[in-house]
Design a protein around this ligand. Sequence first.
Ligand SMILES: Nc1ncnc2c1ncn2[C@@H]1O[C@H](COP(=O)(O)OP(=O)(O)O)[C@@H](O)[C@H]1O
Ligand SMILES: N[C@@H](CCC(=O)OP(=O)(O)O)C(=O)O
Length: 373
Amino acid sequence: MKNRDFSRVKRLVVKVGSSSLAHATGKLNLYQFEQLAVQLADLHNQGKEILLVTSGAVGAGLGKLGLRRRPKTMPEKQAAAAVGQGVLMQMYEKFFAEYGVTVGQVLLSREDFSDRRRFLNARNTMYALLGMGVIPIINENDTVSIEEIRLGDNDTLSALVTGLVDAELLVLLSDIDGVYTADPRKDPAAVIISEIDEINEQVESLAGGAGSGLGTGGMTTKLQAAKIAMRSGAAMVIARAAEKNIIRRVVTGEPLGTVFCPGNKLDNKKHWIMYSSAVQGKISIDEGASRALVKNGKSLLPSGVVKVEGVFEMGNTVCISGPDGRQIARGITNYAAEELKKIMGKKTSEIAVVLGSKDYDEVIHRNNLVLDC
Ligand SMILES: Nc1ncnc2c1ncn2[C@@H]1O[C@H](COP(=O)(O)OP(=O)(O)O)[C@@H](O)[C@H]1O
Ligand SMILES: N[C@@H](CCC(=O)OP(=O)(O)O)C(=O)O
């Protein structure tokens, strides 16, 4: 990336991981809260719009409850988060108030992204907060998010927030200063990668899980976050939270951490289809259809469909997989699963004969289709 100078960025999202907000004793790292507040308040004073995604509710809850180990069951984790979320906000309130900045708590769950109406609603709320000069402090609504539908990690949450508000930069602050060629906790010979412009299989293979007892997801979820952020046209930087003035130094373009270059920006609706909407089923397609979609940018017609899985309705998001079984795209289907099973493999001219009427030639129109690349 030629220009790492982000000083002109108007809107940015900063995410801080659990491992950076607590000491090994389990007690809060007060210095870190203060550092975050002073740096973000100063950027705010420069006229930037800032959103802070914070982890640490479970960790802070454990500290407050005097429990040393991360709980194993969901209800225990949720109970710890209920206690800890209040502790976190109390700290942020206190430190940001010292620097004259008002903050507002926003707790989000997966449905706030997957349901288009709630998604637009959440965006309006964020814009209203930013318009009032408030720094939204965001976390997943852990106490009500059940396992099957929770986002589960704040790396993904922060990347979805970046897309939600069209931010230009996402800064992930962690206990590690970037992506290494292997998990440095396990491989002392690992070296840092300063720049990544594409998340491919080779890059993904470098990532391991969380290194500390507090973190969730490790480098794997950070790379997933990079994919989401890059395709919303944002740059992303991973840097070590504990380094002095880290946010300011990242923003002014010091060569720190790992920077991810913004990719081909998907328009807002396509980004939502690919990364936020809930996938309700799977459509497998043949070689010819796969080529038509990937190489020629065509819509998906019934003739190329070979298998339909899941229960979905017209208007739902489905995953499209190629002959090798891998996802090649996602899209919004014009036909429900039951209808599609009847017309798959057939020509468009046969749709009306089989179904009695025809509303669409395409199973998925290319305007509602996003390639996974
Ligand atoms: N290739 C890699 N490069 C850097 N760190 C890695 C890699 N693979 C796994 N990790 C681990 O990811 C950890 C950071 O993720 P995590 O523990 O979830 O932190 P956070 O709480 O900041 O989200 C590091 O401490 C490190 O042990
Ligand atoms: N929502 C959870 C954080 C989950 C999470 O992603 O943690 P981390 O990997 O430390 O960013 C909490 O507040 O404890």
